[in-house]
Design a protein around this ligand. Structure first.
Ligand SMILES: [Zn+2]
Length: 590
């Protein structure tokens, strides 16, 4: 009997399992284990970043002795029952994450090779060697049965070192891992139990897994260890609890957006979200600080969206894009006849934001005079249109953003101290993308999906070296740069293909190729040879100009056609004059 013909005469008599006497009569000798190299290649060491990656998950090399100390502390402080629950759930999470990895790496493989990726990953991670005894999988009908020997399990080893020979199985993290991996793989709760353990004096540990409802009530009682959440109040003997799988899976939502509708998981990102949640319900002025391209406007919109002003308008002003001469009339409005060209009265941005939020981007570029007028509007809550004597009350919440160090600008006498204090009520620093590396894989996928939809293309994902390069790249232009890069790559790549280096790095970006990977012989080697700077961009650049080049060309043509009249040139391109001026300045064309 081979593993590949699971349907033939039952591998393991399930009735025996149900009666609590699992048998190994279905023992299978001829197990064809798939090559582990595809998984090993996903393991990357980037010591310069202080990171180890397994595909897009951050990993840790942990001392087994630390695991031993941690287990001991948990057991001694929480008691066996609660410690076991906690450790099982840690395993469950790891297994569920690894199921996502094998889903990507073994996509298209038969379900046995795909499934065995889990046991292979756990070996790669150094916990144990898994020997399949019996395996019967049918994902379409949800049928599952598995039995494995765990050889040389680290968990049993550290337990014995602390507590000596145990009376029952102690491989809690591994059975939790198996539950998380198999439940995610099958899309239904699969429960694993350990029947023999090295810690109880057996040569190998033996674990068996099958759907929760195929186990008897006593076995299902193990589900209590997988209930995530209030582990300090672990339910004692509530066997009637709903299966743990679905409850745990809810925590791993499919959508990458968090409760604020933003994408990210890194510590830096979460700190920003936490502050937004605190500040949004108030009317306090929020000041976003950070390099350009980090998403300050998106965060500002989020503050508005979750504030009590969300039904009101959100009006954005890029202070750098408005010429100084027009700043006052742009912000506060103008009365007919106030100056030549003011042929009609019109409200300014402040008035238009009445009842809502005014976002002042690049506030550090405001002139000294404009700063004074802005300060008055903020202090008095009233404005005067240019050329008007009437004072108008405005109810506006101000959010500002800047990429310059305003306190330094104050010190140099370039920014008014009184205005600085006025807007610096609730500063939120948005870290650059290179300090939020955990968000990079998530954002890559998110942008890829968005642009595939926009351009109606089916891109299968990122080639491995593309993923590595994006992860190690310094991202001087931050999220905006990533957005542009992936948009361009989706346009360049063939439908049905994957994004590779030649699609991604086309504008002469500096690539840092300093990661290491596992060689088949077990040593790690540098990746440097993988990325050939010269070979990346050249062929593509010859074929197609970059978006920036195209933009510069369009701008130059429009200006030439309009004989230097910027307003007319802007109309030709369908953009506003300030945007036109801003773009020209950006590319140094003015
Ligand atoms: Zn064990």
């Amino acid at each position: 009997m081979t593993l590949r013909q699971p349907a033939a005469s039952g591998l393991v008599p399930k009735t025996a399992i149900r009666h609590g006497k699992p048998s190994e009569r279905g023992h299978v000798a001829a197990i064809c284990e798939p090559d582990i190299n595809d998984l090993a290649k996903r393991l990357r060491f980037t010591p310069q970043e202080g990171r180890i990656w397994l595909d897009d998950q951050r990993m840790l090399l942990m001392h087994a002795s630390s695991l031993q100390a941690l287990r001991q502390e948990l057991i001694d402080s929480l008691g066996l029952e609660r410690a076991r629950g906690l450790i099982s759930r840690i395993g469950y999470q790891a297994g569920a994450h690894d199921a996502e990895v094998t889903k990507k790496v073994r996509a298209g493989a038969d379900s046995y090779s795909h499934f065995l990726g889990g046991p292979q990953l756990v070996s790669l991670e150094g916990l144990v060697r898994c020997e399949p005894i019996a395996l019967d999988i049918d994902v379409s009908t949800g049928r599952y049965f598995g039995a494995f020997h765990l050889v040389d399990c680290a968990e049993a080893e550290v337990h014995v070192k602390t507590y000596g020979i145990a009376t029952e199985g102690v491989c809690w993290m591994l059975t939790g891992y198996a539950c998380g991996y198999t439940s995610t793989f099958m899309g239904r709760p699969i429960l694993w139990r350990e029947f023999e353990c090295r810690a109880t004096g057996h040569e190998k540990c033996r674990v068996v897994g099958q759907p929760v409802e195929d186990w008897d009530a006593e076995a299902r009682h193990d589900l209590r260890f997988l209930q995530i959440g209030e582990f300090l109040h672990c339910p004692g003997s509530d066997a009637g609890q709903p299966p743990a799988g679905p409850k745990i899976r809810q925590r791993r939502a499919d959508t990458p957006e968090n409760s604020l509708g933003l994408v990210g998981i890194s510590t830096g990102f979460n700190a920003v979200c936490h502050k937004i949640q605190k500040a949004a319900p108030t009317d306090a002025t929020v000041l976003f600080l950070g390099e350009s391209g980090v998403g300050k406007e998106i965060f500002s919109k989020t503050v508005h969206r979750v504030s009590k002003r969300s039904a009101g308008p959100f009006v954005a002003v890029n202070c750098a894009a408005i010429p100084e001469a027009l700043m006052e009339s742009e912000l506060f409005g103008v009365t007919k006849g106030a100056f030549t060209g003011a042929s009609a009265s019109r409200p300014g941005r402040f008035e238009r934001a009445n009842g809502g939020t005014l976002f002042l981007d690049e506030i550090g570029t405001l002139s000294w005079a404009s700063q004074g007028k802005l300060l008055r509007a903020l202090q008095e809550g009233e404005i005067e249109r240019v050329g008007d004597t009437m004072v108008r009350k405005v109810d506006v919440r101000v959010i500002a953003a800047t990429n310059v160090d305003l306190s330094e600008a104050v010190r140099r006498g370039e920014f008014r101290q009184d205005l600085f204090y006025r807007i610096n009520v609730f500063p939120i620093k948005v870290p650059p993308l290179r300090e939020r590396r955990d968000d990079i894989p998530l954002m890559m996928d998110w942008f890829l999906q968005r642009f595939c939809k926009k351009y109606d293309k089916a891109i299968t994902g990122f080639r491995e070296r593309g993923v590595d390069a994006l992860r190690n790249y310094q991202w001087p232009g931050n999220i905006r740069e990533m957005e542009n890069m992936i948009e361009r790559a989706v346009i360049l790549a063939d439908d049905g293909g994957a994004l590779d280096l030649c699609h991604l790095f086309t504008a002469g970006e500096e690539l840092d190729a300093s990661s290491f990977r596992l060689r088949p012989d077990g040593n790690i080697e540098s990746d440097a040879g993988d990325i050939d700077q010269g070979a990346i961009a050249a062929p593509v650049r010859a074929a197609l100009p970059s978006l920036a080049e195209t933009e510069v060309e369009s701008l130059e043509r429009a200006v030439a056609e309009a004989k230097g009249n910027l307003a007319f040139a802007a109309r030709l391109l369908g953009i506003s004059r300030p945007t036109m001026a801003y773009r020209l300045r950006k590319y140094g064309l003015r």
